[in-house]
Structures are given as C-alpha cells and as structure tokens.
Design a protein around this ligand. Structure first.
Ligand SMILES: Cc1cc2nc3c(=O)[nH]c(=O)nc-3n(C[C@H](O)[C@H](O)[C@H](O)COP(=O)(O)OP(=O)(O)OC[C@H]3O[C@@H](n4cnc5c(N)ncnc54)[C@H](O)[C@@H]3O)c2cc1C
Length: 412
C-alpha cells in the first residue's frame, strides 16, 4: 500500500493541503501530525473575537470533528515531528514511532520571537500564537490592572485594542518611530497611531526594553533604555516570529530564514515540500523587494493558497505559485486591508480622506500594494489590478475622478 502524504504541522496550511487533496480526488492515505492538542483551527480570532469573548473554541475550528473520518484524513494531535530520515522516507515522531511517506509536507508555521532581556520568563509576561496562549492571556486580562505591550505590530496592536476596550490602561512600547513600521506606509501608520490614541492606548516610540522588573516572582513593570520604568502586571510581547525551520535544516535542506522552496513549493528533495509561514519562496510580487525575490509571508491567504497550489501538484496539475498576497487586521473599530507587497522605500499616494482612505504604494513606478481603511471597494479593485498587472500611474491613483473600477474591470 502507498504511504501517501504525511504533513508535519496541522495548522492553516497543513489542513488546507489535506482538504484540497481530497477535493482534488487524491485517494492515498493522508496523515496530519500536529503538536497541538486541538483540532486544526484558525488563529486570527485569537487576537480579536476570541480574546474579546465574542466567539468560543468551536468557532475557531476549520472543520467539525466529523470531517476527518469522513474524508479519511488521519489527524494525529499532540505529536511532534522530530526528525526526517530522507533516505528511508520516514518521519520520526516524539512518541518514538515513525511514519513512512511518499511525500512529506512541512507546514510547521512559526513561533514567537523571545524577548531577550532579564525577567522575560516571569509570570505575567505573555506571548500569543496558539489557543493555549490565548486562553492564558484571557485569564490574565480578567485580573490585569495595567498592561504594557512590547511591539507595535499587528498582534500587539490588535491585543492593545481589545484590552483598551475593557477600560484597562495600555501602553505600547515600540523600537521604531511608528506603528507597523515594517508592514505599512507612514501615512497608514500615522492613522493607526491616532486611532489607538482615541481608544485610550498610549505609545512609547523609539523605546527599547532592557528588563522586565519583578516583584514576588511576578512581573511588576518594564524598564526602558532611557531609564523610565512603566508599571504593569500584564506584559504582552509581540515582536515578530521565527519560522519553524529546524526539521528541514537538520535533514540537510536549505532553510536559512525559512524552508527554501522553488516556485512549485518543492525543496531540493523531490519527496519534500514546504508551505505556509515556515516556507521561503520566490514570487513575482516580491521583485525589487528582496535581493533574491524570495519572501516568507505570514498570512491566512498565503497558507490557504499554498495548500491549494501544492495539492494541485500532488494530484497531477502542477502550477507555479503566484497568488496575490493579501491581508487584514482588525484593530478596535478599524479594519486594515492590504493587497500586494510593499517595501519601506515604496512611494505613497493617498486616495480618500479622514477615516476612509487608501494608500497606493509604488515601487519603481509600478503599483506594488494598496492599504485601505473603510474602503473595501479600493481593496477589491487593488486585488484585480495587481493580479492582472494592469498599469496604473501615481497621477491616476491621486486623481479622485479617475475611474479605478473601470480600469480594473477593463478586459486586457
Ligand atoms: C494571534 C494571531 C492573529 C493573526 N491574525 C491574522 C490576520 O488577521 N490575518 C491574516 O492573514 N493572518 C493572521 N495571522 C497569521 C496566520 O494565522 C498564519 O499566517 C497562519 O496560521 C499560517 O499557517 P501555517 O499552517 O503556516 O502555520 P500555523 O497555523 O502556525 O500551523 C503550524 C502548526 O504546526 C505545528 N508544528 C510546528 N512544529 C511542529 C512539529 N515539529 N511537529 C508537529 N507540529 C508542529 C504548530 O504547533 C502549529 O500547530 C495571525 C496569527 C496569529 C498568531
């Protein structure tokens, strides 16, 4: 009997691959090995509706429990893949057993970057990646009196909005001079800075954390490089993630800052592929953004589209991966939507005003990305324009009378 497909990591990407394989008529065994206890679930609500108590655990699951037996997908929760024997095509597991595979998919995601300062291990210091983290954070929120968030990225800001909505004092500390500095334009960063201030969130920009101050074995505050000390009994650290690349690296596969795959999501070993947050891959939208045109993308869209793309290859319909990256973040009453991939050097053109506007980003004169708040129409138009590669000039984007929708709907 065929050993089928074994997937290390039962998250968004691994699950999507399994579901799409069955949809595509794949008949061999599929085994999803995941080191978490729960059924495969979606992470975005962990820093939004789930944290705010607006949805329960069941609302997070990607499919109900019956799905797995019905579709002959063997989900093995609570098990870690620990090593790959590439010659024997076997995946070694944390319970001492191993699984044979015809094709192995690495979908191991990413983990939080630790805060490298004294006191980071104290009770009251938390991070957010999985369901267990979210449950612990919820519990801490219930009794917290003063909160410090380290890092003004998406997760830190989403959490800050939820905490501020409960009337808790929240200060966000950020090493850069503005929020989401790596991900969005200075115009969009400025809007969210004002929006959070209106929610009651305070900021310390250009600030470095030197230690978590403890009292009676618990976090009591945060010491900053400029000598200030901020009192806090709950500290959320959100300073980015590291790809879970060790399985691949230890098996001799290239995996510096992500498991290296080609345009078909294949590693140099034809029996091993990688998808989702853990994978570093080439994509046309990254041209001019990184020296070698490869990126690692942490988003639901990327995890789903890569799962689908790989499933198509494994069912005999190979195609290179080229889906347009898009993303969203909910911060208090504001939804940020991003289509495309921008870099810090990209030029900005603003369309719209006040609380409803889009920032069109241009790299080397070409549209690279569009960031929108309360302009869902712009976001959908941007997806069409970027996917089709339709030329748009900065002057056209800046002209409020220019018919963007007409341009997006025009046939090539
Ligand atoms: C709090 C939060 C909010 C987010 N909000 C948004 C959002 O608003 N919009 C958006 O687009 N994206 C958002 N994301 C990002 C999105 O959830 C991820 O990009 C997506 O989950 C990536 O899917 P993945 O399958 O690659 O990784 P994951 O979903 O992380 O799954 C990987 C799984 O593999 C497991 N694993 C790791 N190593 C092993 C091993 N050796 N053996 C077995 N199992 C292993 C991990 O524990 C995990 O369960 C958010 C993420 C978080 C954490």
């Amino acid at each position: 009997m065929s050993a089928g497909v074994v997937v290390a990591g039962a998250g968004q990407a691994g699950f999507q691959l399994a579901a799409s394989l069955r949809e595509g008529g794949f008949r061999d065994p599929i085994t999803l090995v995941g080191d978490e206890a729960a059924l495969p679930y979606q992470r975005p609500p962990l820093s939004k509706a789930y944290l705010a108590g607006k949805t329960d655990q069941e609302g997070l699951f990607l499919r109900p429990p019956g799905f797995f037996a019905e579709h002959a997908v063997a989900h093995r929760p609570g098990l870690r893949a620990v090593a790959i024997d590439r010659d024997a095509r076997r995946l070694q597991l944390s319970d001492g057993t191993d699984l044979p595979y015809d094709h192995l998919v690495l979908a191991t995601g990413a983990r939080n970057r630790p805060l490298p300062v004294p006191g980071a291990e104290l009770a009251g210091v938390r991070q957010l990646r999985g369901l267990a983290d979210a449950d612990a954070l919820k519990e801490s929120l219930a009794t917290a009196r003063a909160i410090v968030v380290v890092g003004a990225g998406f997760i830190g800001l989403e959490f800050a909005a939820v905490a501020a909505a409960r009337g808790l004092p929240v200060t966000v500390i950020e090493a850069a001079e503005r929020p989401m500095a790596r991900a969005v334009s200075s115009e969009m960063g400025a809007f969210f800075r004002r929006a959070h201030a209106a929610m009651g969130v305070r900021f310390a920009f250009g600030a470095g954390v030197t230690a978590i101050v403890g009292r009676d074995g618990r976090a009591a505050g945060v010491a900053l490089a400029d000598g200030r000390e901020l009192a806090a009994d709950l500290i959320l650290v959100g300073i980015g993630v590291l790809p879970n690349r060790e399985l691949a690296a230890e098996a001799g596969l290239p995996a510096e800052d992500g498991v290296r795959v080609d345009a078909f999501l294949a590693t140099p070993d034809p029996a091993i592929s990688a998808i989702g947050d853990c994978a570093r891959f080439p994509i046309p939208f990254a041209r001019g953004l990184t020296p070698d045109g490869t990126v690692r993308i942490e988003s639901v869209q990327n995890a789903i589209d890569q799962g689908r793309c790989l499933a198509a290859r494994l069912t005999g319909k190979p195609a290179s991966y080229g889906a347009l990256p898009w993303f969203w973040s909910d911060q208090g009453p504001h939804k940020l939507q991003i289509a495309g991939l921008s870099g810090p050097g990209d030029a900005s053109v603003v369309r719209g005003t006040g609380d409803a506007f889009s920032v069109f980003r241009f790299r080397d004169g070409h549209l690279s990305a569009v960031e929108s708040v309360a302009r869902a129409g712009d976001h959908m138009i941007a997806r069409r324009l970027l996917t089709a590669g339709t030329p748009l000039t900065p002057d056209q984007a800046a002209d409020p009378d220019f018919d963007l929708k007409g341009l997006a709907l025009r046939r090539p």
